[in-house]
Design a protein around this ligand. Structure first.
Ligand code: SF4
Length: 321
């Protein structure tokens, strides 16, 4: 948010100056950004404009995340409401609803917000508030709709595959260092890992994973590949294009609708009392708190990066579930 305030001051006049010097779009952007960084950062430090903590997707990797979380907790901020968007927060704040407790008690209409959205957000705030006050995990089912929530689930098949991916954003240009699949073979549940510690290995791991998935789907025509949230699919599409491998296999799996996004199933089917809808958040409903140090996706990236720098083979990343 603070960086947004600084960079938001980029002046059109500077852009014009670079355009007149014949720079390309990318060069203009870089020049303007550097220029804005230098002078506006100085201006920002002198003027000290009002800022507010506004959660973004990068918060989980930010060094200030504990500090921001403390402040949101202290303020009972709307930012804590799981699944709320920035525009929804702004509409609620404009209507005078500024805390989670206030939202939990909201009955009146909120301008420019549908009643369905408001009902979901009020339920979310109510369940989450009770949980934060020390209550047990709880959930409410949303109204069933064809093709949404549980309606997205195919019939279970004993040959289904459960797939997850881990990436390291600190690796130059990022590295998808692990694909993991959990599947049943001869009535025995097995885990198979496809590791990659270099760019070349990343391509090989992608090809091997897709070969495994295609072969399994051919053998078991009713099986599906379950994953959580869209990252896996976006990453596979990017990896197949980048490494020029497995594009036809990926097309085939998508054409056959083999992938099932369990995040969309869960978030469309219920409102849950947890602080978010990540798979780690929802573990509260079906398992004890993890004892391992590698308890979140952010932590696994940090541990992996630490291992890359030290190459300590006994690192807890290799014992993570
Ligand atoms: S945790 Fe999020 S809101 Fe807080 S400073 Fe970092 S990026 Fe900004």
């Amino acid at each position: 948010m603070i960086l947004g305030t600084i960079f938001g001051r980029i002046k059109a006049s500077r852009k014009g100056l670079f355009e007149r010097n014949g720079c390309t779009g990318t060069e203009i952007y870089t020049h303007v950004l550097c220029s804005a960084r230098a002078s506006d950062a100085r201006g920002f430090l002198v003027e000290r404009p009002e800022t507010e903590l506004d959660p973004v997707s990068a918060c989980s990797l930010c060094r200030w995340s504990d500090r921001c979380a403390e402040q949101w907790e202290a303020e009972d901020s709307l930012a804590l409401v799981a699944g709320i968007s920035r525009s929804q927060r702004q509409k609620l704040e404009a209507a005078g609803v500024t805390t989670m407790a206030g939202l939990a008690a909201q009955h009146d209409r909120v301008p420019r917000m549908t009643m369905e959205t408001l009902r979901r957000l009020v339920s979310q705030a109510r369940l989450q508030s009770a949980r934060r006050a020390g209550g047990p995990p709880s959930f409410e089912l949303r109204d069933a709709e064809p093709g949404k929530g549980f309606g997205m689930l195919p019939p279970p098949d004993e040959c289904d595959v459960f797939y997850d991916i881990e990436g390291d954003p600190y690796f130059p240009d990022g590295l998808e260092y692990l694909h993991g699949v959990w599947y049943c073979e001869d009535k025995d549940w097995k885990f198979r890992a496809f590791w990659a510690h270099t760019r070349e290995e990343e391509g090989r791991a992608t090809a091997n994973l897709l070969a495994f998935l295609v072969e399994r789907m051919q053998r078991y025509p009713n099986a599906h590949i379950f994953h959580y949230a869209n990252y896996e699919i976006a990453a596979l599409r990017r990896l197949t294009a980048q490494h020029r491998t497995g594009e036809a296999a990926m097309d085939q799996l998508q054409r056959e609708r083999r992938f099932v996004d369990l995040f969309r199933v869960v978030s469309g089917a219920m409102v849950a009392s947890e602080k978010g809808y990540s798979i780690k958040d929802l573990e509260a409903f079906y398992m004890d708190k993890r004892a391992t140090d590698v308890a979140t996706a952010g932590a696994s990236a940090v541990f992996y990066e630490e291992w890359r720098n030290t190459h300590v083979k006994q690192h807890p990343i290799f014992n993570a579930e």
